[in-house]
Design a protein around this ligand. Sequence first.
Ligand code: NDP
Length: 329
Amino acid sequence: MAQAKTWILKKHFEGFPKDSDFELKLEQLSEPKDGEVLLEALFLSVDPYMRPYSRVRMQEGDVMIGTQVAKVIKSNNPSFAVGCHVVGRCGWRTHTVSDGSDLTKISDDWPQDVPLSHAIGAIGMPGLTALYGLEEVCAIKSGETLLVNAAAGAVGSVAGQIAKLKGCKVVGSAGSDNKVAYLKELGFDEAFNYKTVPSLEEALKKASPEGYDCYFENVGGPFSSVAIPQMKAFGRIAVCGGISLYNDTTPQTGPYIHMHMIFKQLKMEGFLVGRWAHKNEESLKRMLTWMQEGKLKCKEHVTVGFENMPAAFMGMLQGENIGKAVVKV
Ligand code: NDP
């Protein structure tokens, strides 16, 4: 019988998460029954959404939510042979018994030279989020100018590169000079450190004096209040995330953006990546091809050891990661 290590949400987060909010627990698993498989986690994802979703989707005592790349080590399900790899919504656990309904098989022709961990990164949910935010929400066109924040992260770095592939000018904002250097390496036209620029407004104006057609919003809060007035007429804003708000204990207030929205006739749309799940197979193939052609690059911030999941999660929320934050078991 396999034993799983799991990380439990011991206490709902109040403000920024802390070590004592998590608890490591052992769980005895039963043998997989007919139709079930036993999985062993290889890479686990730590994502910003876990912070707000913990409030609405989880109770104290639940295993932390999350996806992982796992290997099938026992199988009574013909769709998942022993040795194949899957992306599973298993939560923070080393081993899982699953009936397959929450698993997506990683295709057998996944290229040898692409790390499997990218299936929870650029060639997975974060990559798809970047693609759909640009294509479906912004409907971005060649020649337009894109602003993206948290630009050196999993979603932002892919969004900026896809916009470059589409012939756009790309301006990225990130929280360290190393991140800014990385954005330049990726081909961003302009990049700045939002923590050290004397004036965010001036930095945005300098990077694109004519303004922005599209804004891929990952951060929200005060950044957004300064960025929205910099939009061009008929600009589109894809509201992907608001990470600057996730740990707030009291709601932030204005400045409010209505007058800019009205007079510039802006379109602002929130979205969740799952809306276009029916397109995922084709989209992932497209992004895998870009990666193999060297047009899409992806860094990972790898934390080693399942016992370090909370540290990896909190580190990502604090901006320690360049590229996708993952934990290697
Ligand atoms: P990242 O890899 O970008 O990691 C999070 C980054 O956010 C940090 O590295 C940090 O970078 C930045 N950050 C943290 N706190 C702040 C702050 N107060 N102000 C500004 N930046 C901050 O994460 P993801 O790429 O996975 O996610 C990016 C965004 O996309 C998140 O808002 C997430 O919730 C959202 N998302 C939405 C989805 C959807 O379906 N709508 C799906 C997936 C993600 P820095 O050093 O630059 O500050």
